[in-house]
Write a protein that binds this ligand. Sequence first.
Ligand code: THU
Length: 136
Amino acid sequence: MPSHVINQDQIDDLVDRAIEARQNAYAPYSKFRVGAAVLTASGTVFAGCNVENASYGLCLCAERTAICNSVAAGQQELVAVAVSAVPLAMPCGACRQFIHEFGKDITVICVNADDPRQRSVRSIESLIPDCFSFEK
Ligand code: THU
């Protein structure tokens, strides 16, 4: 049983914030714009977008910028993460591991930013089973 229960209004609000954040994506190389928003245990939402670089390996994913915004503001416990892209995109492997760090029951909502009814709602555990951890 998840320790945090989120309702449909919270999910819809988080999706809106992820779509809004996508407007700020800096993706001149891939042209693939991604927005993300995280809901913390205290009910606060933090947003992020992908930030690319001419040195391609430095590109930052939207999920990780949103989570870093949250952690930098002192909010380390996450309840849900929304990701927006066109077409709908699932978090990359690195982001799955990164999300898992901040809550084992996190709900991940991926949406098509042009058609937010097109969604995938998954638990982080199902997206990265048996991920790396110092504990077993
Ligand atoms: N990207 C994300 O923002 N999140 C992911 O989970 C996967 C990929 C970004 C990184 C890069 O700027 C662009 O999408 C293309 O890979």
